[in-house]
Each structure stands twice: as C-alpha cells, then as structure tokens.
Design a protein around this ligand. Sequence first.
Ligand code: AMP
Length: 861
Amino acid sequence: MLLAATVRSQVNPEICRYPLGMTGGQIQDEDISASSQWSESTAAKFGRLDFDNGDGDGAWCPDIMAEPDGLKEYLQVDLRSLHFITLVGTQGRHADGMGNEFAQRYRIKYSRDGSNWVGWHDRKGRQVIEGNRNAYDVVLKDLEPPIIARFIRFMPVTDHSMFVCMRVELYGCEWLDGLVSYSIPDGHQMIYRGLDVYFNDSVYDGASAESSSVHSFTKLTKGLGQLTDGTWGLDDFLHSHIYGMWPGYDYVGWSNKSIPKGYVEMTFEFDHVRNFTSMKVHCNNMFSRGVRMFRQATCYFRSESDWESDPVSFRPTVDRVSQSARFVTVPLGDRTASAIKCRFHFSDLWMLFSEVAFQSGSAVYNTSLTPRKHGHPTNILPGDDPTHKVDDSNTRILIGCLVAIIAILSAIIVIILWRQVWQKMLEKASRRLLDDELTARLAVQTQAFSFLHSSLSTESSSTTNSTYERIFPLCSDYQEPSRLIRKLPEFAQSTEQLGPSTSCRALAAGGSDSAPHYAEADIISLQESSDSSTYSITAVNMNLFAGTDSSMREFPRNKLTFKEKLGEGQFGEVHLCEAEGMQDFLEEDLSIEGNNESPLLVAVKTLREDANKNARNDFLKEIRIMSRLRDPNIVRLLAVCVDTDPLCMITEYMENGDLNQFLCNLRLKEAADEDKTGQEDKQDKSMVSYSKLIGMAVQIASGMKYLSSLNFVHRDLATRNCLVGKNYTIKIADFGMSRNLYRGDYYRIQGRAVLPIRWMSWESILLGKFTMASDVWAFGVTLWEILTLCKKQPYSQLSDEQVIENTGEFFRDQGKQVYLPKPPCCPDRVYNDLMLSCWRRNAKQRPSFQEIHSRLMESLA
Ligand code: AMP
C-alpha cells in the first residue's frame, strides 16, 4: 500500500507503461482522427495496433499522394486528459498477407490543449523515429524524454510518395499532477575544474525569452521539461543516468552569484483548481562542490486572477552529513489553487533540481487540517511534521480503505490486461504454429506428389484441358485457385484442421462448393460491410476528386467521338475515340509528347451499365490509382467522365494494342540476319530482333521500378497487361488487381475470385501474399512470354490443377518443381542469372526491379 501511495506521488517511467487504449478499444473511434485517408476502409479509426475491428482494411492509410512530401499527414489520438507517455508502438498493414504498407520512419507531435503543437525530439535533438521494417511486427520505441500531453500525432515520414499505413498504440499513465506548464529562469553553466557543466533545461518544450531586467537571464515559459521528465539526477551531478549526455545533464541548476535576489522563482500552472497537499523537489546536495538543497521555499497560490497574499513557507532540515541527492517534501498546507509560485532560497553557491512533483486532489486530506488562517503566512518549520496534521485515526482508516480499493482495482486491471496480452500471444503463437504445421504437413507428404512430378516432368502431357469452370469470360489466364488448391491433399486436410485463422482460410479457400470464393470469409465480410454501408457512388466521386488532385478533370462527354472498339475488359468495353479539344484541356505536364493533333485519339474505357456498386467502386479506385502514376512506362490517365453514367476513363491511345497480341503476330529475326544487315529490317514489320525484345523488357522493368519506388504492388503483370505504342514503346496498364491495394479481398468477377495462376508466385497462390517480390516473379514469366513471342501460354503442358500442384513443389523446394524452360533465343546468362532468379523460393533472394533493370540494360550493351 505504501508503495502504491509513493508511486502515485510522482510518475515512475519504468512503471508508467500501460497501453492507453488503442489496442484495448478504450480510446473511442471519435477520438482517433487523421489528416486524410486513402479510403473509408483505411480511416483513422482503423489505426489501432494489433486490433481487429472487422470492417476495415487493417490500418490507417493516409492519402499520401495528395501531399507529395508526405510531411503533413498524421494520425491523431485524443486521450481526453493529460497523460505521461513513455512508449509508442507502431505496426504496418498486412491484412493477412494482402497488404505490405508500413511507415519506416515517423515523427511525433503533441499538444496539451489541442492548439499549441510541439514536435517531439529525443534528448539529442533527433525528431525522426525509426519505425517498421515490415508490415507485421510491432515496433516499440521508448520516448526519451517522455511526453506529457493530451493529443498525440503520428506523422509518417516518406520519401516522395511511398504508400504508408500505420497502426499505433501509446503507453503510459494518467498525469495526475495536473501540471500543465512551469516557468523558470533557465539553468546556468558551471565550470568545475576546467570542465563545462551545463545545467540548462535541455528538453523544455515551451518558449524561451531573454529577460529585459538588469541581470539578464533566459526565462522559460509555458512548457514542461526536465523537471517533469521522471528522471532523477544522480548524487554526483557530473554523471548522468543517460548514456552519452554532457556533465550536469540530469539537473537544472542556478548559481547564487548570478541571481542577486538570493532565490529562484518558479511558477507552476495546473489544469484546474486543486487542493495541494505537498510538493516534492528532487535536489542535489553535493556540498563538497558548493551545491546544497534550498534553505527555504516560500509558495504563493492563485485560484483566480490574483496571487493570494498568504504564502506557505517551509525550511527543510539542513543536512551536513549526507551528500546524496534526495526528494525534499514541501508541505503545501492543502491550499486550493490553479497556479503556485515558489521561491527557493539558496543555501550555498549552487542549487540543482532534477524533478518537481505535486500531490493534490483528494478532499479527505482536508478533514483534519487545522483551518488555515487567511491573511497570515503559514510557516512550517523543520521539526513541524506536517503529516501529523492529517494523522487522526478516521483519516487513516479512510486513507487505508482508499488505498485498499485502489490496490484491488489495480489488481483487476492487471488481470484484465494480462488476459488480453495472453490471448494475443496465444493467437500469434497459434498462427505461427499453423504456419509451421503447414510447412511440416507439406514436407511429409511429398511422397503423395511423386506421381505428380513424374507427370509434370514428362513433356508429353496433354495440353490444358481444364475440367474447371472458366469464369473469366475473355481469357483463360485467370483461374479460380480455391478450387484447384483444394485438390492438394495437404490443403484439403488442413482446411478441416486449421481452424478459424484468416490466413489459413485464405489457404484453405473454403470447403463448400456452393461458395467458390478464394479467401471466402474475407469476401463475405466485405459484402456485408458494403451492403450495410452508406458509401454511395456520389460520395466516392467527391472523395476522389476533391482536394489537391485537381489534375484529373472531368472531360465533356459530348466531345468524344467513337471510332472503333479496341477490346473488352473486365469492366466493360474499350473504345478508340477522338477527343475534341483534349490537348487544350490537358495540363502542361500531361500533354502527350509528339502528338499535337486535334482531335486527339484516345482510348476510352467504359464501365458497363449494369455494373453493381462494388464494380463501380473498384472502377473509381482504379481511376484514383492511375491518376497519380506518372512514368513514361505507365499508361497515362488523361481525363475522366464520372459526372454521369456510364463512368469512363480516358487514357492515352496505344496504337499497337496489348503486348501479347502484338508479339503473337511477330516472328523472331535470326541473330545472323541481324548481324548481316547490322540493323533492323524496317520494312518487314512481322519480324522482331532479340535486342528489340529485351528493349521491351527493359521498359517494363523501368515501369515496375517506378511502381516499386512507390511500394506499389501491381499483382497482375503479364504481356496482356502491357500496351504497345509507336516505335515499340511499352507501357504497363491494367491496374485492375492493384486497385485492391487497400482491400482485404481478392479479385472477383461476379462474386468469384479468379487469379492469373501461371504468373503468380508460390506464396501468392498458397498464402495469398502479394508483394513487390511476387511482382518480380510475374516479371520473370512476362520476360519468358516476351522471349517466346507469346506463342504459348506459360506451362502450357500443365493443366491448371498441375500448375497449382507445381506451386506446392516450389513451396517444398525439394528440386521437384518445374521451371519454365529457357526460350530458344535467350542467352544462358539471361536465363540463369535473371529469369530463374525471379522464381527463387525465398522472396528476399529475388532481385529488385532496380537490379533487373540494370542487368537487362547490361545484357543489351
Ligand atoms: P483492359 O480492359 O484494360 O484489359 O483492355 C482490354 C483491351 O483493350 C486490351 O487488351 C487492349 O487490346 C485494348 N486497350 C485497352 N486500353 C488500350 C489503350 N490505351 N490503347 C489501345 N488499346 C487498348
């Protein structure tokens, strides 16, 4: 009980480390706000660390591209009262393998009143905090110095416009002192045996101004600092608790010589009127070096506008024996005030303080106090033990009861917190166990797959003749892997045994035939949320085009003249149109190089009229993503027509259509022929040289390099999703899959999940994990397509079911996996060093797009 009472009297940062309610849900949604959000499902309220509130996409994600410098985005938490915050935790967004956004670095701002904001910095002045390295792990950072505030802002620091998402928690305890600021003369500098000793308040967060009085000094006002940072100085003031700080760091100290009045005056402002029992001042007492605790403290009180004329004075016992630093308790006589001004009188050359704390509040302390005589100073002298005044038996019983109640409540809170932590640990452990179990399961059952390997390795297998329903109306490149994965025995079995873990649900892909969704549960929850949502299309439109993204303008529909149908995609048809006045309409940076014709030829992608709400939202999201991508190898969105139906996106026209069809119609020019003429035969448009093919791959790698610089995962890289313009210009298009960047669901068509399994990495198929490394895998397949001139589908000798089974072999990595063969024109070096490296089992060992780009460039040289 005594311990509890002591802890309550001043904050102990080592104990004050309780989660403040982001994780546990005690902080209400309305108290979590943000500068912006990418979408409704990544709003501020989803920025809770390790917390699943169901309907969101797993984190707060700012609309960071709206602010290219990314410096103004923040997630704000209102704690409703002042708190002492010692620790912060951050986490990224993984959405069970679907997300990969996190803040590598961030800054913190805080405010006590909601209007004055202070940027936090550590004791060495560094503002930027190293954050997360992946989307999963929680990274905890001690705040040194701690923060006393009600409002906290987490501000991700990004280079240019990388996507970031955050989940956060704050740790600390309520700031019971109620101290909002103190004003003091800043500390002085001592020279001790030739050593500079600085006693300034180095973490003070208020204002500092030179005093205009005769004896000029720096006055610190309206802030808190070292006197409230919970760190007490050592006996020897030359040393510090904190490694690497300068001599005298722990103390704020004043020289008697520099203050002719003979006392240091400090003013303490509180959040509201309180009854003050005592003040504790941590003083150094190294009298052998001219430092002693104060001789006398005289405190004045102010409840309203004026200082009361009757101060409380206190003289501590002079200690001539011990040189230890200590807390000196100044009794404050249970005075009522919202501000206290104390004068601390010197008793030696120097006076050094490291902490000041107040005890106030409880009215019970009043009951036995001798009534204070107003108008007369209450002098409490050494030997007058003020606690005697509160020492009657009733008060003691009352205090005892209160302390007991507090102890019981604390025990209950600890049990509740412990249970929560325990549950979380169990969940994590079970998730890990499930992964391990899966690994083990797959490993032991290799025997069952030997038949598969033999069938895969015989090239004589029949061509694809899937017994599975083809859902994608146009293209067999997309499959519904849930059905196929169920054919893997270990996955079928694990469906029953793995239980309700979401990632395993994604793996198991549902058990009932009637609901053929991949990651079924996620889709169902998504549908529930969108059905019940008030998220109307108008709202989405406003959200998309409001604010800073003014470059994406509405184009007058009547100025589009239909020329021909270019193709048909998932959303609807793509038409070639003439756009009257498009060049004038475009902003400078959007004008299309070398094409000043008017009307301009453009491609217009239209959302089919009968599209449901989800498809409309997805279409608008694709617009939103494309509108912010600016790269010579990414197809440009020029304008939109979204005011009325049908919704349209207008993109630059790529006259040679998609790369798959383009290459399919070409033949490879023999190297010998190329050498003979020394240049391309420009007349024969049906021939293409190896170097031209690599040139195309270089352009794709360059576009992907740009996307990966934004931490942007395309998810559907393939030749069919690249477009060809004049002079073999290649641009990446089709962001249909990546628009789900912040969606926990998978690509769906008419409620079903279809995925391009032949381009997908093993971890994307089996674990539902889409990352930059899985895009690299798809690039390897795309490169293979290019070098085979798209004459065959990848793994054409394998059925869809066998492709999935081969994926299992990639996972097991026992040398039984089948790789795409080396295309005849592909040099060994390109195949072995580049193509095969894209399909490494360990995603971390795959090259980055930066590396791929340079290697391809080198191979051209
Ligand atoms: P998508 O819906 O994006 O898959 O487009 C369907 C088809 O329309 C593509 O395969 C291309 O053949 C054609 N297409 C789409 N966009 C363009 C464009 N900007 N320029 C030329 N053809 C396009």
